[in-house]
Design a protein around this ligand. Structure first.
Ligand code: ZN
Length: 151
């Protein structure tokens, strides 16, 4: 097409349509939809122990590429949780439930981080920005589950 023959307004309109379409693909459409079958158990368990308060069943939750050291990310606008498989495989049961609950709270409830540690250096809340480890998760698990019901 001959751009000289197109009035500037039409060009702007075409650019706007292109931008909206493109941002739709980038921002609002999940990379993978649905929930990975091996993660479903943890999604349902999280729902159960939080008394249905943290319900991730309508989110898209899958394994995918994440930077080293990043356990998972909630992509808010795509309602999508992407989990680092390498890190996931190293987590025990509590670690996995806590990660799942954490990401569902971000994506479903739009809750941010609560970065406080207790006198042991353990996360005071399951919405802490990082997993403070097996020992902390073991000793604080009941407290975290209570928070899951109330958050
Ligand atoms: Zn987080």
């Amino acid at each position: 097409m001959n751009l000289k023959k197109l009035p500037i307004r039409r060009i702007m309109l075409l650019l706007a349509i292109f931008a909206i379409t493109f941002s739709g693909f980038v921002t609002f459409v999940p990379l993978k939809s649905g929930i990975e079958s091996s993660l479903m158990y943890y999604v349902l368990k999280t729902k159960e122990i939080s008394n249905n308060n943290l319900d991730g069943t309508n989110l898209n939750i899958n394994f995918g590429s994440q930077k080293d050291g990043v356990l998972a990310t909630c992509y808010f606008f795509r309602e999508e949780v992407v989990i680092n498989k390498k890190s996931w495989n190293k987590l025990d049961y509590r670690g996995r439930i806590l990660l799942m609950a954490h990401e569902i709270a971000h994506c479903q409830k739009k809750i941010g981080h609560i970065n406080k540690v207790d006198e042991w250096g353990c996360a005071d809340n399951f919405m802490h920005y990082k997993d403070t480890g097996i020992w902390c998760n073991y000793y604080n698990f009941k407290k975290y589950v209570k928070q899951m019901k109330e958050i």
